[in-house]
Design a protein. Structure first.
Length: 682
């Protein structure tokens, strides 16, 4: 285990990273890329400077993963420079507020509201003017009272009640409430407020009556409803009397009025799903550099630093934190799950989350699987296998598709937005040969094509839930463009790409998840070929790269080869048998008529007379558009220029094989087979 990092190191890395944040080279005329570039340029700085884990997980992590995809397609390291600038900043902002010895990020957005009746909707027994659970201090029913009169409550609130507090010019007029707290925890006070503009203003403060200290205070004087927030640290020990007070900043002003609504006090806590979402994005970078340490040698130090953070800070906290408690539950030899922290009440729900909802622990499991690829830590593999087996055991078959719930303790069907997280984990493990098989992947693909998709090719949409239902929002396809995980099912069914592409063809992206979806659309766009580096396996045959098809060849003569690859984990090896052509092919689609294209690939041979060859065949016309022979015995890049046919309905296939099939045992090796339009940079 490496030495733990702290802020001084991270700050230094940040200053270095800023030097390399070069702008990427634009492509010409690629619809998806140009949409991505426009959105990324305008919005990329929105979230990575935050220390709110919810924003980092459900916004920033999508952008980070899109950077990995963009590098994978373009090989422009400017995308990696952007990623490292963002991650360095995030790590520099990580802290240990709860004092358990582990750096990380927290959010207040999931935790309980420790203020009772913060909307003032409920009245106290025997006094309809006094909100329940609140106590007056020197005030009366005419100076501190709940009101449902228009203007006296926040119009965006869940009810039509607010609190009116008036000055009398001679004494403080206040309202207060005692709250519970977790020791050594940061809290956020949030409220909506306004005033009548007088010098009395309005004030919210937190008072530790035990020590007679003010923990937080905020004065406001806006005359239209606004949301205000302020944070404070709870005492390091339990037992203090902590109170939230509503007041003015001056009592000796006559006619001052302050209005309050939606008061909440919520603790900042870490959440496993957030560590998983953020850690997975970091892990993809670490694995990329680890697999290509020579090509990406300038990023090795960064990758090692990020690996330290995941291994020393994020992972151990969920089983070793004195603040959170051990959240791991080993069910048996094959299954297990994580539960909510036993030592702190960090979830607003009254339901005990044991286990956590599937998406929450699966995001973390995906990170563990990626990191296992890097560090071979047996515990990481054990945890992710048991987590995914626990999830897989919950899957039910509906026709040809899978159906599943949001969590094991509820009948609520999983929504398609969180379904992205579930699918990411399942696809990652399938590609690593763990837990899920090809049948599972085909069922997940059928969930999309037979259940979730609305069956329209011209105006495709995704239903709200994985069983194909809309719930109570029958006309609202609220998750339809959240396809970052669903699009990955194009590995098993090309229809997944069409469903996503047609939704985005005339759409301008507006959210961070949509930048990741755009990068997946680019990645699976058949005009450039897909699974170009043979990294992803077919659901039907683990020896065959996904979306490639054998022609007369077998698993013995055309197969994924971990020992012979130019980059990544796999290349494609084709062995001649001396009697028939042994080939693989992929159909090339979405091309422009009579347009010049370039096919590039990495290739080598074993030096035999069989050699290697690439063909571009017009199957409809029965003609060869172009072909290319090679015989080099060390990996080398090759380029083939050609012109697409005038008829865009012609079936075109790209074949990989040998120059001569009559030689027995000759080997040709292929990797990174890409088609691009002439003039494009990638």
């Amino acid at each position: 285990m490496r030495i733990k990092m702290r802020r001084s190191i991270l700050a230094a890395l940040l200053s270095i990273g800023l030097l390399f944040n070069a702008a990427p080279i634009l492509a010409s005329g690629n619809l998806w890329y140009d949409k991505y570039i426009a959105y990324e340029a305008a919005n990329s700085g929105s979230f990575y400077t935050s220390n709110d884990s919810a924003l980092l997980a459900w916004q920033e992590s999508y952008l980070l993963r899109s950077y990995i995809n963009l590098y994978g397609m373009t090989k422009s390291t400017s995308w990696l420079d952007k990623l490292t600038t963002h991650v360095d900043t995030m790590l520099a902002n990580a802290d240990d507020l709860d004092g358990d010895g582990y750096l990380g990020w927290q959010t207040y957005r999931y935790s309980p509201n420790d203020v009772a009746n913060g909307t003032f909707a409920a009245a106290a027994s025997g006094d309809s003017t006094l909100p329940a659970n609140w106590t007056r201090f020197q005030s009366t029913s005419t100076t501190a009272y709940r009101s449902s009169t228009s203007g006296n409550y926040n119009p965006g609130s869940s009810d039509t009640w607010g609190l009116v507090l008036k000055t009398n010019g001679t004494s403080w007029q206040k309202l207060y409430q005692g709250i519970s707290y977790e020791p050594n925890t940061q809290y956020r006070v949030s409220f909506n407020g306004k005033t009548n503009g007088s010098l009395a203003q309005g004030r919210v403060y937190v008072h530790d009556r035990t020590t007679n200290t003010i923990l937080a205070s905020l004065i406001f004087n806006n005359t239209a409803w606004e949301n205000h927030t302020i944070d404070f640290m709870a005492p390091a020990v339990s037992g203090h009397n902590i109170e939230v007070w509503l007041a003015h900043s001056a009592y000796n002003v006559t006619g001052g009025i302050a209005y309050f609504d939606d008061i909440s006090v919520s603790g900042w806590y870490p959440y496993m799903v957030h560590d998983g979402m953020i850690g997975t994005a970091m892990g993809e970078f670490i694995r990329l550099v680890n697999r290509n340490s020579t090509t990406l040698s300038s990023y090795v130090t960064k990758a090692n630093t990020y690996q330290d953070f995941i291994e020393d800070e994020l992972v151990p906290k969920w089983e070793s934190s004195s603040y959170l408690g051990n959240t791991w539950v080993g069910v048996n030899a094959t299954t297990g799950y994580y539960k909510e922290p036993p030592n702190v009440n960090s979830y607003a729900t009254t339901t005990t989350l044991s286990p956590l909802p599937y998406n929450q622990y699966l995001a973390y499991a995906e990170m563990l699987m990626i990191m296992y690829d890097v560090n071979s830590n047996a515990t990481y593999l054990d945890r992710t296998k048991k987590l995914n087996q626990h999830f897989k055991n919950s899957l039910t078959t509906s026709g040809t598709a899978y159906n599943w719930q949001y969590a094991g303790y509820t009948t609520r069907v999983e929504d398609t937005s969180h379904g992205n997280v579930d699918l990411n984990a399942a696809i990652e493990l399938f590609n690593r040969g763990q837990i899920y098989n090809g049948t599972d992947m085909n069922k997940f693909a059928a969930t999309l094509t037979a259940k979730v998709w609305n069956q329209s090719t011209g105006a495709p949409k995704l239903h709200n839930y994985v069983d194909g239902t809309q719930g109570t929002l029958a006309s609202d396809y609220m998750y339809t463009k959240d396809m970052s995980g669903w699009l990955k099912l194009a590995q098993f069914d090309p229809l997944a790409w069409s469903i996503g592409a047609e939704q985005y063809r005339s759409y301008t992206p507006a959210r961070f998840i949509e930048s990741l979806v755009l990068s997946e659309i680019m990645k699976w766009d058949p005009v450039k070929l897909v699974n170009q580096g043979f990294e992803l396996k077919s659901s039907a045959d683990a020896t065959l790269p996904a979306r490639w098809t054998r022609f007369q060849s077998t698993a013995l003569t055309a197969y994924l080869d971990a020992s012979n690859k130019a980059t990544g984990s796999y290349g494609m090896t084709i062995v001649s048998n001396g009697s028939t052509w042994q080939k693989v092919y992929q159909e090339w689609e979405q091309y422009k008529a009579s347009t010049n294209y370039v096919l590039t690939f990495d290739g080598k041979t074993d030096g035999s007379l069989a050699g290697g060859k690439v063909w571009i065949i017009n199957e409809t016309a029965g003609t060869t558009i172009a072909s290319y022979n090679f015989s080099n015995t060390a990996w080398s890049g090759h380029t083939l220029n050609f012109t697409a046919p005038a008829n865009t309905t012609d079936v075109i296939k790209i074949y990989l094989g040998h120059d001569s099939y009559t030689v027995s045992g000759g080997k040709a090796y292929f990797d990174n087979v890409v088609v691009k339009q002439s003039g494009d940079t990638w």
